[in-house]
Design a protein around this ligand. Sequence first.
Ligand SMILES: NC(=O)c1ccc[n+]([C@@H]2O[C@H](COP(=O)([O-])OP(=O)(O)OC[C@H]3O[C@@H](n4cnc5c(N)ncnc54)[C@H](OP(=O)(O)O)[C@@H]3O)[C@@H](O)[C@H]2O)c1
Length: 294
Amino acid sequence: MAAILVTGAAGQLGCELVHALAPLGEVVGVDRAQLDLADPGAIVATVRRVKPALIVNAGAYTSVDLAEKEPALAEAVNGVAPGVLAEEAKRAGALLVHWSTDYVFDGAAGAPYDEDAPARPLSSYGRSKLAGERAVAASGARALVFRTSWVYGRRGRNFLLTMQRLAAERPEIRVVDDQTGVPNWCRDLARATARLASHGLPWLAERGGLYHMSARGSTTWYGFARAILAGVASARVVPITSAEYPTPARRPAYGVLGTARFERTFGFALPDWHTSLAECLASDPDPAMGAVGG
Ligand SMILES: NC(=O)c1ccc[n+]([C@@H]2O[C@H](COP(=O)([O-])OP(=O)(O)OC[C@H]3O[C@@H](n4cnc5c(N)ncnc54)[C@H](OP(=O)(O)O)[C@@H]3O)[C@@H](O)[C@H]2O)c1
């Protein structure tokens, strides 16, 4: 395969993708310093310089609460940039893989969302990500858009690392127990992406469209915290309501993504989230090192 361009290469998912895709071609990972996704001209210049056959857009403005204060920047990075990447992919005959979020939904459902469920984001972040999905679709580029949820790993900024830090600092951690979703280990998402790409780009392009890529099962943030800290005797985790933990951005009360279309189309499912969490906790933060001690 010719070059693979991965944006947001220093992020949780981007870093794993750079590693997971390496056996498939020459991966050019660019972080924010090398490609500012808020700058459409820089996107165009980078794609034309790298000439990728596959563009994987893992870069995103992911500070959900800050996005309420910086909606224009969130929109530029999450809403506009995916469309520019898609236009460039189309121009070059490349395939685009793009990532989106369960936060495009309002959380009023009581059963897993399928891809065609109406999107009604509650936050600036969710609106910007929905705009990105729509820009990719409107471009007519060959593209796959994967919505996922609650991404975590052993490095970067995420809930797992926050819980581990708080457990070391505090006798008690209060965690929201009325938001239900699915934790996704970034390494699982990267491995699944590489597995799909290993079939070849024509095969993948034929299956273009919008998919929910998520681990099996579901939990609340409280349930996830309990599982993360299960082996930490000193940690006391207390369930609270969202009302007791006000945040600038509203989050969906229910964000479980139904994965039937993904499984039907690609013939495999991601593991249950408990299985992945156990593997993650036993793994090395550096994707090149794989599992340790497990
Ligand atoms: N994290 C989640 O819980 C979650 C849930 C559902 C879906 N997703 C989606 O999954 C994808 C991967 O997210 P992630 O968890 O890997 O997020 P992440 O760890 O925050 O990584 C995103 C990367 O994008 C970079 N970035 C931010 N603004 C940029 C800009 N203007 N130009 C270039 N790069 C920029 C960030 O750089 P800095 O570190 O310098 O800001 C960061 O390295 C995103 O599309 C996200 O929306 C994430």
